[in-house]
Design a protein around this ligand. Structure first.
Ligand code: SF4
Length: 338
């Protein structure tokens, strides 16, 4: 979906179900830096909590299973089946894809009702992908997972991929090789520009591409795309950086809005010698939105008020501005009236 089609109303925001407490990859740019806190937060949800959230939001029609690696949740398959029974028309997952390498698991997930899979694949070969996930064998497993999903899910699952673009995979030749590899098996690929947040902040100097150096490379990639390659939507980069820069308009995408639930970690007594690993006390369920997340971690400039993209732009990561400054950003004027 390109920018002008972006949903504007709460009712159009999909539900993200935060079910994954742990991950079997170890991505160098993972946004979830504090894995222990994440695990405590997610493990504080009961199965009943997840069922209630699904029931409460059934009218939205769209749910994505997210956080860490959602397939590792013991409740993943029954919750997918519940979503199907509640009438969700889109039941998806953002996954590192490794469990789908097992045909029996893939078949069970599809039979339960999973019909949208977004696989994280960060390069066209094991050297690049496994280097970024820091998990040997993860490339072979996600590619086997993709093959299983394509073979077993024909006509009943939409397959997409997500690639975090950083200095290791940003060259046009690499992105073209990646597109050729995915070929007709996926309906679309998403290029997520690396986000200077979480672990990404720790590797800013070695991995984060300055937008002004990245965009010309992306323009060369788009110019060289060939028939048979999946559409490649570019997200996580402010629109003013890609304005009239050779990125086809239809591929200047956006990240869909979503709502999710979290539990606040409450202040409590420190761990005791008898219970040194006791997780902190958890508060009640809290409804949050992606807009709330963005407002905490992104910044907008005074000139954004004059920008034609101001109403739909998420702003710029604070970590990016702290490292690279704001010289790359400028308001895009409205088109001249005829
Ligand atoms: S609103 Fe601001 S950051 Fe966003 S595209 Fe416009 S000038 Fe750039």
């Amino acid at each position: 979906m390109s920018a002008p089609d972006r949903p504007r109303h709460d009712a159009e925001q999909r539900l993200h179900l935060v079910v994954g407490a742990t991950c079997n990859n170890n991505c160098i740019f993972c946004m979830e830096e504090d894995r222990v806190t994440r695990q405590h937060r997610v493990e504080a949800f009961t199965r009943q909590d997840f069922e209630t959230i699904l029931q409460t939001n059934a009218g939205r029609g769209e749910v994505m299973f997210v956080s860490a690696e959602p397939t590792l949740s013991p409740w993943f398959l029954p919750l997918v089946a519940l979503a199907r029974d509640l009438g969700y028309h889109t039941i998806g997952i953002i996954s590192n894809g490794r469990l789908f390498a097992y045909p029996q698991f893939t078949r069970r997930a599809l039979d339960a009702g999973l019909n949208l899979v977004m696989l994280s694949i960060h390069g066209p070969n094991a050297r690049l992908h496994d280097g970024l996930t820091r998990t040997p064998g993860s490339f072979d497993q996600v590619m086997q997972g993709l093959a299983n999903l394509a073979a077993l899910g024909r006509d009943r699952v939409v397959l997409r991929t997500s690639t975090v673009v950083c200095r290791r995979n940003w060259e046009p030749e690499t992105l073209l090789e990646h597109s050729r590899l995915l070929g007709p098996r996926v309906q679309q690929m998403v290029l997520n520009v690396m986000q200077p947040f979480g672990r990404g902040l720790a590797h800013l100097d070695s991995l984060m591409p300055p937008y002004s150096e990245l965009v010309p490379r992306l323009a060369r990639f788009y110019a060289a795309r060939q028939p048979g390659m999946p559409p490649a939507y570019l997200v996580d980069i402010p629109y003013c950086c890609t304005e009239a820069a050779g990125i086809p308009e239809e591929f200047r995408g956006f990240v869909e809005r979503y709502i999710y639930y979290d539990r606040k970690v409450l202040e409590g007594p420190p761990p005791t010698p008898l219970a040194p690993d006791a997780p902190p006390a958890q508060g009640p369920l809290e409804l949050l939105t992606r807009d709330h997340e963005d407002s905490c971690n992104k910044v907008r400039f005074p000139f954004c008020q004059q920008c034609r993209h101001g109403a739909i732009c998420d702003g710029v990561w604070r970590g990016y501005v702290a490292r690279f400054g704001q010289a790359e950003f400028a308001a895009v004027p409205a088109p001249a009236k005829l």
